[in-house]
Write a protein that binds this ligand. Structure first.
Ligand code: ZN
Length: 209
């Protein structure tokens, strides 16, 4: 997903100093692929991943894919870390499900069709389109995504799909939104100093960062 703010995350992290290994040091225990979760726990895991994203300076969105009550993929935004604007939590999970299917000799289309997605923020148009295209069983999300939401807030990508996913909205929405607010305010005590450029309009050519 993309954030509900006017600040672009793509402006952050231009120092290139963030190490990939430190990005995966969890602040709290996060369940792994193979663990069983119920419907409530699914969003709980997604929220933990969102908090982890916040802690490492990524837009705080977490996502979990659950198939037959088992986690088959967990993900969060890695846009800054990878410097790839398409590396949203959901896309990272989709890639991991494809790998999981290969490793387990499963047909991905049947797995996706029986998989539920828990994501802390409404998937953006790109991600929602991909999830509908893959015919996921259900998408449960937290807060709305006012700028990029692809499940009805900006565009309902389900209207373009042959067999749209069932959507459940607003699960722990306030908590999910608070994480986004913390990210853009830079108030998270665990986060590295945000490296978001301020557009002051006063910088001259002689000034540098
Ligand atoms: Zn997205």
């Amino acid at each position: 997903m993309e954030p509900t703010s006017s600040v672009s995350e793509h402006e952050g992290k231009d120092s290139g100093s963030a190490s990939a290994s430190s990005a995966y040091t969890p602040q709290e225990l996060i369940p792994v692929v193979g663990e069983e979760v119920n419907a409530e726990e699914g969003m709980d895991v997604a929220m933990k991943l969102a908090r982890q994203a916040l802690a490492v300076g990524e837009v705080p969105v977490g996502c979990v894919f659950v198939y037959q009550s088992k986690i088959i993929a967990i993900g969060r935004n890695t846009v800054n870390e990878t410097r790839n604007a398409t590396r949203h939590a959901e896309i990272n999970c989709i890639d991991d499900v494809l790998k999981w299917c290969k490793e387990n000799n499963m047909e991905s289309s049947s797995v996706f069709g029986a998989t539920e997605v828990f994501v802390t923020v409404e998937p953006c148009i790109m991600c929602a389109g991909a999830l509908h295209k893959l015919h996921l069983k259900q998408i449960t999300y937290g807060c709305h995504n006012d700028r990029f939401g692809g499940c009805g807030t900006v565009l309902d990508t389900g209207l373009l799909a042959d067999d749209p996913c069932k959507i459940v909205r607003g699960v722990r929405a306030e908590e999910a939104m608070q994480l986004l607010k913390d990210f853009y305010k830079g108030t998270n005590p665990n986060a590295p100093v945000p490296n978001v450029k301020k557009k002051t309009g006063r910088k001259t050519e002689n000034e540098s960062d």
